[in-house]
Design a protein around this ligand. Sequence first.
Ligand SMILES: [Mn+2]
Length: 323
Amino acid sequence: MPDRKIPLLPAPASSQLPTSEMRPRRKLLRLVIYSLIATGITTLMYSAYAQVFGPPSEPGLNLNSAKRLGYKQLENIPLRYIPREYDTDLKRLVFIGDVHGMYTELQELLEQINYDKHTDHIVLTGDLVTKGPDSLKVIDFGIENGVSCVRGNQDDRVLLHYLRNKAPSEKQLWVEKALAKKLSKEQAAWLNSCPLILRADDVKGLGNVAIVHAGLIHGVPLDQQDPVAIMTMRSVHRRSRVPSSGTTGTHWARLWNRYEKHERVPLTVIYGHYAARGLDRRPLSQGLDSNCVRGGRLTALVASTRTDNPEVFSVHCRKAYSK
Ligand SMILES: [Mn+2]
């Protein structure tokens, strides 16, 4: 009898073993389900919050990297050039999309708008050089006419070669290298003087304006926007708000318009770079790269003391120089 009792003792313990193994597994399963539900609720609440109040404050991307890389981040267009609501003299601000060395078309466009150096101030949205045939002529025209410009990704690559800084070493950059070798000291200095962002306040028909080559992230102060993103972005990742030069996320201008309209004094962004979309006019953004260098058009947006709203002008670009 006692012999029978002894083996019986461990029996319940061994029969409980599977259940005691099941319990933590079930607990784990429950934990996973609960955390999935919690994540779902948080995501829903976040997207509801974002819809109503705009995105939560953005992290300053690469804070101060502009200074570190020697870029001029932000400059103002001199007040005397800005056409304002109650100005009586004729004054015009002429914003022109990516010229890419298309000097002939630039001159035709200026002829079409009857450009006058004394009343008009030209602002180029970057990528003045490369791809087209007359990059140096565009720079010389800029110098002679006191043109304002922002730095584009192509301008940047050429300047990186010129300054012999760490330039991307991809094979296809021989064009930029070759152009960099041709730049005079004055031409390079002028191109290098183009800041990443230009500002102009109270422009007639546009209000407060920022000019950049590619785009801006809503919610990040202008002096903290990432230099490379300013020159290259096309889309923004829907959730992380990280900008990308690719097109798979949300078009940055869509997000900009969605959130900026809630600002007390909204800022309109004038930009180039996104040739694939062509002329892209929205309430608070004006995309002006209409693909001139690939046989598209060269476009100008003209704000004037003589018109209530800015007008668009463009010329056909006869020859495609780039694929
Ligand atoms: Mn570009």
